[in-house]
Ligand binder design. Sequence first.
Ligand code: FES
Length: 121
Amino acid sequence: MRTESAPRERASRGAASAPATVRITLSEFPENGRKVLWLGDVPVEVRRGPDGIEARSLLCTHFGCPVKWDEANQRYACPCHNGMFDAAGEVIGGPPLKPLRRVPVVRSGAEVLVGAEVSPR
Ligand code: FES
């Protein structure tokens, strides 16, 4: 019988082997666009908004399930226990106590370096 490990467990294993950074170019996503990339097993969303570029882990801070951006309601939703986070990643509902984790971003010309020290929680 095949067993599926919990998201938190998978994320923890992936974080150990996650690359420290991912380099992307600005031409890969439009202004006001969102791009999901992976640092090992950790999904990270990079958002290019009017205030610049920001990135956050898409792993819920409750038990590590992947959250999804809900465009219609302008929030992140976690399918596991109905955790909700606003557009800035702050908790607005459900059991999570901590905001979605910010991921360091460094822009250098037309390139963006995403990552370093990414962990699932
Ligand atoms: S893992 Fe997201 S609300 Fe529990």
